[in-house]
Structure formats: structure tokens, C-alpha cells
Design a protein around this ligand. Structure first.
Ligand code: GLC
Length: 493
């Protein structure tokens, strides 16, 4: 499928003629709070670039910049059948991917529900559940039981320090997970123990991040891809650097300095020290009330998990000030995280001039009767929050382009916000054009194209498993020298 590039960002303010003056003033204030102009975007991108470099340095910074031990892009000839498993927030997906050796693939997959309690349950429950799903998958797709041990690419999209391609010490949970006894531990032995207990004939060949999988899978079908980004429940990016540009690996690897190394940025942690991002009081509240304050501060302004909450906090605040929903019972609206990003999408997409769909949603979900001017304010607020998220997310892409001197490339993007939030792609592209000073402002001419990715946690994970098997066969390194692992682990946070 040819991607034609983003359209012009829409401007759909609608008529504000009937909106009373006090609400218009509120809208103007919200516009000031949530608008990030070109100058600020450029300043954020500049700072971001320095922080990416700091993350690669020996001293480190707040962006983890994790070397992943994925050391090449696929060349398209990869072949064979691999398993891929993705532990997402709501689902667990298991795939069997057959790489056909011609930049094409076949895939079969099953999805298993992740019970929400599991996000805060015990480590044992988590690993047993995942192993059980894998077993069920194999039993239903190979009923004859005739399976020799298969290689698995395990997409575990949380910040993990990796000393080799198949391990990962969880630095900290993100995206609302909070399971005891996993942080600070290598997840691979825990998972393999659960697999062995259930006699699942699977070997964890590669532990990967969703961004790395997205980049590799997109590059397989579109070799111009140089970055993978996720804008979903969380937000993050991966790109390739070379060993000589990663000072924190100095003296720890026997690799040619020009060896490529995929970096899982974990850029959700950008500006945890609050130096540059234009945080509002609502952003500060989200952060303070989250299970991990002062962590993932960039992510908390952008990712799907938080956009609805931001909108809700503004509404509750305006109601408390007596500005909206007068004399209404807002108890349902006061429940934290009762709004998710999909509701904002619905608000933005209401096709009716009087926003009657928004009216129906607020009646049925919150027992709140809205006035038309209130609904116009709510829609403008959704636009502002969605636009800010898209513009800020582009600062990370611009920073990687600036750091690497990339003038043109494709970026594979995935995640519910990128795929479903209205106009996210166009708004982000417009911001990139502003930051990188593109002269030809026709979107079809944009040199850096952020476009829908190939399936990272299925095809990408399988490809990385295939690349790893190949490297091992060739006797090439798939991790750092064993004698220096402890030294490295002592230096990373
Ligand atoms: C969070 C995770 C990161 C992941 C991103 C997108 O930021 O820490 O590993 O890539 O969400 O899923």
C-alpha cells in the first residue's frame, strides 16, 4: 500500500458565535495553556537532542538510551518460522510468523485477555499466565503435539537494561503496571522457569521493545525506514546508532566501532527533571497522583493513558470554579481515569454542528446534560490536548533526525493514539515541518515521513529472533562480554 503522506492539519473550530463571553475567555486561556508554538518546539527539540546524547554517555541522563543488541536491519532474505509474544496492557498476543525470504511473511495469531488485576498482581501469576497462553496457542495450532523447540521473540515493552539480546533487567514499570518483585530483576529467567514448569517447548531467543520491533518490521517491508515510534498507551522510539557513538559501552564490547546498534530510547522519561516541557497544573497533578511521580514525564503529556485524564481534570476544575455543568451531579466525572483517549477522539469527531453526539456521550456515561456552548468548549479542549500531544511527540523525532543528521527517511509509527486519534499524524507532521524548517510545505513533499508501521511485535519480534539465530550460527556476539556485565550493570540506573 502506498502511503500518500499526511493531509493538511484541519482547523475545525466551528462557529463560536453563540458561546457566551465567559466561556470564550476560558477557551482563550486554555489555548494559551496548551498551545506549543514553533519557537518552543524548536527549543524542546534542541534540549531533547542533548538529552539523547547524555543518555548514551558514561554518566547517563534521564533518557535511558538502552543498547538492545539488535545489530542489523533485516536484508529481506530472512526465512523460517518463529514465535512472537507481545505482553500489552490489555491483551497478550501470540503469533507464529513464517518469514518467506522475500520481504514477505505469513502469520497466524491469537489474542488472550490480560485480566486488569494482573497489572498489579504478583510476578508468579504474570509469568504463569503468559506461559499458559503460549501453551494453549501451541496446543490449538499444533494439535498433533509434534513441535520441536521453537525460537521466540518476546516483546516486553518496558525499560529493561540489556546485557544481551535475550535478557532484560526491568528498570521500572511504566504504563500503570505495578507488579512486585520484577523491578531490578532479569525477566528472562523468570519467564523461562514458568515455561519449563509447564513444559512449553519454547526458547526465549530475543527480548525486544515494541519500538525496536516496529523499526525492524517496517524496514523489512520498506527499507527507507530508519526509526520506529510508538504512540499508544505509552510513547517511545528506537533508532540505530553505531557503537563508537555509545560511550557507555566503551571497553565493554569487542565490536568494531562502526557496528550498528539499535537503541531503545525510552524517551517517555525525557525531561523528568522539568527543565523545558510546558507543563500545566493539570500535567503536574497527573504526575503527582500517578504510581510513579517524576517518571515518564514526557509520556504523561502525550500517551493515550493520560490524554483523557487531562481532559477530565480540566473539566472538573472548571466545574469547581462554577464555569461549566452548573447544578449537575458530576460524581461520575470525578472518578480518576474514567475518560480515555478514545472519548476525546469521539468528541473531536462528532460530525454535528451542535455536537449532539457529545451530548449523548455525556448523558449516558456521566449523567450530565451539557449546553451547546459547553460542548464547543469541550471539543476545543480535546483539539488542544490532541494537538499538543502530536506536536510534542514530533520533538523526539526531530531530535533523533538532528542528532543523526538525517535529512530524509521513513519512520514506522504504531500505537492506538497514532492509529486512531483524529489528525494525530497530520498535526505531528506539521510540527516536524516547523522544527526542521522544511521549505516546501506540501505534505506530500515532507522528507521525513512518519507513517503507519508494519506489525512490530509480531513480524518484528520474529525477524529479530531470526537475525539472532543467524548471528549465533555465524559465531557473532549477541551481547556484551560476560566478564564485564557486572561492571556495566553497576553503572546504569
Ligand atoms: C512505555 C514503555 C516503553 C514502550 C512504550 C510504548 O514508554 O516504557 O518500553 O516502548 O511505553 O509502548
Amino acid at each position: 500500500m502506498v502511503h500518500l503522506g499526511p493531509k493538511k492539519p484541519p482547523s475545525r473550530k466551528g462557529s463560536m458565535a453563540d458561546v457566551p463571553r465567559d466561556l470564550l475567555e476560558q477557551i482563550a486561556q486554555l489555548e494559551m495553556l496548551f498551545t506549543v508554538d514553533t519557537a518552543k518546539l524548536k527549543a524542546v527539540a534542541e534540549h531533547f537532542k542533548k538529552e539523547l546524547e547524555k543518555g548514551l554517555s558514561k554518566e547517563g541522563g534521564s533518557i535511558p538510551m538502552i543498547p538492545t543488541w539488535v545489530m542489523s536491519m533485516p536484508d529481506g532474505t530472512e526465512s523460517g518460522t518463529y514465535l512472537a509474544l507481545d505482553m500489552g496492557g490489555t491483551n497478550l498476543r501470540v503469533c507464529e510468523v513464517t518469514l518467506l525470504g522475500n520481504r514477505d511473511f505469513d502469520i497466524i495469531q491469537s489474542k488472550y485477555h490480560m485480566p486488569p488485576e494482573m497489572k498489579t498482581g504478583t510476578s508468579e501469576q504474570l509469568w504463569d499466565y503468559i506461559a499458559e497462553c503460549l501453551l494453549q496457542f501451541l496446543q490449538s495450532h499444533h494439535p498433533d503435539g509434534n513441535i520441536s523447540e521453537m525460537h521466540l521473540g518476546f516483546t516486553f515493552s518496558y525499560p529493561c537494561t540489556q546485557t544481551a539480546i535475550n535478557n532484560g533487567i526491568l528498570q521500572r514499570w511504566t504504563k500503570g503496571f505495578d507488579i512486585d518483585d520484577v523491578e531490578g530483576h532479569d525477566v528472562q529467567p523468570m519467564f523461562e522457569a514458568a515455561l519449563q514448569k509447564k513444559k512449553v517447548p519454547v526458547k526465549v531467543t530475543a527480548l525486544i521493545n515494541d519500538t525496536t520491533g516496529t523499526m525492524v518490521a517496517s524496514n523489512y517491508t520498506d527499507p527507507e525506514t530508519q526509526m520506529g515510534v510508538i504512540f499508544g498507551t505509552g510513547c517511545n522510539a528506537a533508532y540505530f546508532d553505531v557503537v563508537k557513538n555509545i560511550p557507555k559501552l566503551e571497553g565493554l564490547v569487542d565490536l568494531d566501532p562502526e557496528t550498528p546498534m539499535a537503541i531503545n530510547c525510552e524517551w517517555g522519561a525525557f525531561d523528568n527533571e522539568h527543565l523545558i516541557l510546558p507543563r500545566t497544573a493539570y500535567d503536574v497533578q497527573i504526575d503527582n497522583e500517578s504510581p510513579r511521580p517524576n517518571q515518564q514525564c514526557f509520556e504523561k503529556m502525550i500517551a493515550g493513558l493520560y490524554l483523557g485524564e487531562l481532559h477530565r481534570l480540566v473539566m472538573v476544575d472548571m466545574h469547581t470554579q462554577g464555569l461549566i455543568f452548573e447544578k449537575q451531579d458530576v460524581s461520575k466525572l470525578k472518578v480518576p481515569y474514567s475518560i480515555d483517549a478514545s472519548l476525546l477522539s469521539q468528541i473531536e469527531e462528532d460530525p454535528f454542528e451542535n455536537l449532539s453526539e457529545v451530548q449523548d456521550i455525556f448523558e449516558s456515561r456521566f449523567n450530565i446534560t451539557t449546553t451547546e456552548p459547553e460542548r464547543k468548549l469541550l471539543r476545543r479542549l480535546a483539539e488542544l490536548i490532541g494537538t499538543r500531544a502530536a506536536r510534542l511527540s514530533a520533538t523526539g523525532i526531530a531530535a533523533i533526525c538532528m542528532k543523526k543528521g538525517i535529512k530524509a527517511c521513513h519512520v514506522g509509527a504504531d500505537g492506538s493514539v497514532f492509529n486512531k486519534y483524529p489528525h494525530f499524524e497530520e498535526r505531528g507532521a506539521q510540527a516536524l515541518a516547523e522544527m526542521l524548517d522544511w521549505k516546501d510545505l506540501r505534505p506530500s513533499k515532507y522528507p521525513v515521513k512518519v507513517q503507519p508501521a508494519e506489525d512490530g511485535s509480531g513480524v518484528g519480534a520474529a525477524l529479530i529472533a531470526a537475525l539472532t539465530v543467524k548471528r549465533v550460527k555465524e559465531g557473532k556476539a549477541v551481547g556484551m562480554r560476560p566478564d564485564v556485565r557486572e561492571k556495566y550493570l553497576a553503572t546504569v540506573k
